[in-house]
Write a protein that binds this ligand. Structure first.
Ligand SMILES: [Zn+2]
Length: 313
């Protein structure tokens, strides 16, 4: 599975009996990430039978409690479960202090390494990469410093055409270079261009997470062309004044960002409890951007370079 996003929570502010605050579980190129960690996230991971121990990196957008109050509980459970592997947390610098105070005041000395990476809100920044994936943070606009996150598979190697190996007697040690784009020279000095030996790999899949933010035209430039965009829609357009005051977005504004960034699919969430039906957000967004979906807990979004499908866990 190249890309699977599971919505663990999509409410805002206070948890209710039916709605958890923001948290998402992302699997991309065999990596397992948590994005925001509202209260109750670990129960949600268990409910949807996701392997907690596989999560090695957690990305926290900002210091409002509905985005990280589940974090200390999860850190603590990992300790009690005798986790061995390192846990990396990416978030605002203040978060490191909060975690420290909570661990120190309870006399907890973690049995696993916890590595904190502070984010900043001045510019887009590469905050993690390995050979398969890269993750960027980028600034959003809210009542406290906040970043969005962009997850992107790296360009894959070209696919070697099997019959060409035999046809040109290509030695094993040349195949890696050819997959990376090199031409091949035969023993007779004939140069075989790379495009005759390989075919294009599948394009990489990408995901942008735009949590609490006022509407910003600039956001689209950070996330241009992503396959899937989550953009908060706390309010409907009828409450635009309230959205401006609290530095949140409306469904229509989320749709404007999706259209400007030319994404394939827009996901909505972080709904204010004042509205009874979350489908109202979808209806409003669809007037500006057709491929809009109001998320709910347990929604599973699968993406390949060719299509995006929505299922339930
Ligand atoms: Zn917030």
């Amino acid at each position: 599975m190249a890309f699977e996003l599971i919505i663990l929570g999509c409410g805002s502010a206070t948890p209710t009996s039916t709605q958890h605050p923001t948290a998402q579980h992302l699997q991309i190129a065999e990596r397992f990430f948590l994005i925001d960690c509202g209260e109750g996230t670990q129960q949600q991971l268990r409910k949807y039978k996701l392997r907690m121990s596989k999560v090695n990196r957690i990305f926290i957008s900002h210091m409002h409690g509905d985005h990280y109050f589940g974090l200390i509980g999860l850190i603590s459970s990992y300790h009690l479960l005798n986790r061995k592997t390192a846990l990396h947390i990416y978030g605002p610098p203040e978060l490191e202090q909060v975690i420290k105070v909570q661990l120190e005041s309870s006399g907890t000395r973690l049995v696993y390494p916890l590595i904190f990476h502070a984010t900043q809100t001045n510019s887009k920044e590469l905050i993690f990469e390995d050979k398969m994936v890269e993750v960027f943070s980028f600034p959003l606009k809210h009542s406290v410093p906040v970043t969005g996150f962009l997850f992107r598979e790296k360009e894959k190697e070209r696919n070697m055409l099997g019959d060409k190996i035999e046809e040109f007697s290509i030695p094993h040690y040349d195949i890696k270079k050819i997959k990376q784009g090199a031409d091949f020279t035969t023993q007779d000095g004939l140069v075989v261009p790379n495009k005759e030996l390989t075919k294009d790999p599948l394009p990489p899949v990408s995901y942008a997470f735009c949590t609490d933010t006022a509407f910003m035209e600039k956001t689209a430039t950070f996330i241009s062309g992503v396959d899937v965009l989550y953009h908060e829609s706390t309010f409907l357009q009828e409450d635009i004044a309230r959205a401006r005051k609290t530095k949140h977005s409306t469904a229509m504004q989320a749709a404007k960002v999706a259209a400007a960034a030319n994404v394939k699919r827009l996901l909505l969430g972080h709904y204010s409890v004042r509205y009874e039906d979350n489908l109202l957000f979808e209806q409003e967004a669809k007037r500006t951007f057709t491929n809009a979906t109001a998320t709910h807990e347990g929604m599973r979004i699968l993406a390949t370079p060719k299509n995006i499908t929505i299922k339930e866990v």
